[in-house]
Write a protein that binds this ligand. Structure first.
Ligand code: MN
Ligand code: FE
Length: 354
């Protein structure tokens, strides 16, 4: 329908039929209305959306007082400061890369309303994560130019981000489509590059490094924010895995042996990028953590991620940080965040200024 005149409202009834949930598809489903959430087909996507909302948090709820005191004291070694700064540098822009990829690359090609509902929630969570890094930088009085420019200036950070930005770039061509096998594979490569590699592998060294400090009761404000972020990222990763496996199941012809080989190669490359990152961030080891342990950790994590998308484990490495599993499980528990200070407003308590 075209609106010819704004003076005469159209009176015709749209003659389209109602659709059933079974007609919905994750990609390439232009025939079903993407504006209509109900009827739901992919209940997992809706559940992730509800979980994301239940996990809501804001950076400013976390007190940075003890961190400020410690940062200004002489009780942090130069190596510890370097490790903290590098991780702030990496995450402060990595979160924006993820948000931009969701809104500019993924959203357009996912033709399902309940997945889009989750993607909108996830995009907001990425904005909160970027906000968290701004809040930390501001609280500690760090040089924001230095921290937010690290992704262009520090080669081990740039290498990871350049790898990701290339995956986003490939989707930005207006003529890009997912309705050819090559196009659908390119899109799946983007999803794996972000959900499995960026959020599932690249984020985990930083989580382990910062949470090691937190385990020693140091920089606990940053540590608490990392726990919130880790909790969110666990949901992002789970959604991503379900989306990837769902697209594979609906489009089995794209999951060719050659494509599987390509994904395994990308993961090997990502593990090398992560190991190189750890060498620069921990040149002489810290708190019993050494760069070789992070290579092992990246390998261990990569094996777990590969298995979840139906690909064979590559390394067989042991987990050098078994306590991280416990930390992730704890983060999923409801009462873990006892220091929450804000109750979110419910409808009954809203007051309107008029
Ligand atoms: Mn994030
Ligand atoms: Fe995320």
């Amino acid at each position: 329908m075209t609106i010819h005149s704004f003076e005469t409202p159209p009176v015709e009834t749209p003659k389209t039929r109602r659709f059933s949930a079974s007609e919905k598809r994750l990609i390439n489903c232009e025939t079903v209305d993407v504006n209509q959430l109900m009827p739901i087909k992919y209940h997992w996507a809706w559940e992730y959306y509800l979980t994301g909302c239940a996990n809501h948090w804001m950076p400013s709820e976390v007190s940075m007082a003890k961190d400020i005191e410690l940062w200004k004291s002489n009780d942090l070694s130069p190596d510890e400061r370097h490790m903290i700064l590098r991780n702030l540098g990496f995450f402060s822009t990595a979160e924006s890369l993820v948000a931009n990829n969701i809104t500019l690359a993924i959203f357009r090609h996912v033709t399902n309303a309940e997945c889009r509902q989750y993607l909108l929630r996830q995009a907001f969570e990425e904005a909160i994560h970027t906000h968290a890094f701004h809040y930390i930088v501001e609280s500690l009085g760090l040089d924001e130019q230095e921290v937010f420019n690290m992704y262009r200036e520090i080669p081990v950070i740039w290498a990871k981000d350049a790898f990701e930005m290339e995956l986003t770039g490939a989707m930005l061509d207006p003529s890009f489509r997912t309705d050819t096998p090559a196009g659908a594979q390119k899109f799946l490569e983007n999803l794996i590059g972000y959900y499995v590699i960026m959020e599932g592998i690249f984020f985990y060294s930083g989580f382990a490094m910062i949470l090691s400090l937190h385990r020693q009761n140091r920089m606990t404000g940053i540590g608490e924010q990392f726990q919130y972020i880790l909790r969110d990222e666990t949901v992002h990763l789970n959604f991503g895995v379900d989306l990837i496996n769902g697209i594979k199941a609906e489009n089995p012809e794209i999951w060719t042996p050659g494509f599987q080989e390509r994904i395994i190669k990308l993961v090997h490359y990502a593990v090398e990028l992560e190991a190189t990152y750890a060498e620069e961030v921990l040149p002489s080891g810290l708190m019993g953590l050494t760069a070789p342990m992070f290579r092992e950790y990246a390998q261990y994590i990569a094996d777990r991620r590969l298995e979840r998308i139906g690909l064979p484990a590559q390394y067989g490495s042991a987990n050098p940080f078994p306590w991280m599993t416990e930390t992730i499980d704890l983060a999923k528990e409801k009462n873990f965040f006892e220091s929450r200070v804000t109750e979110y407003r419910s409808g009954a308590t809203l007051v309107w200024d008029d």
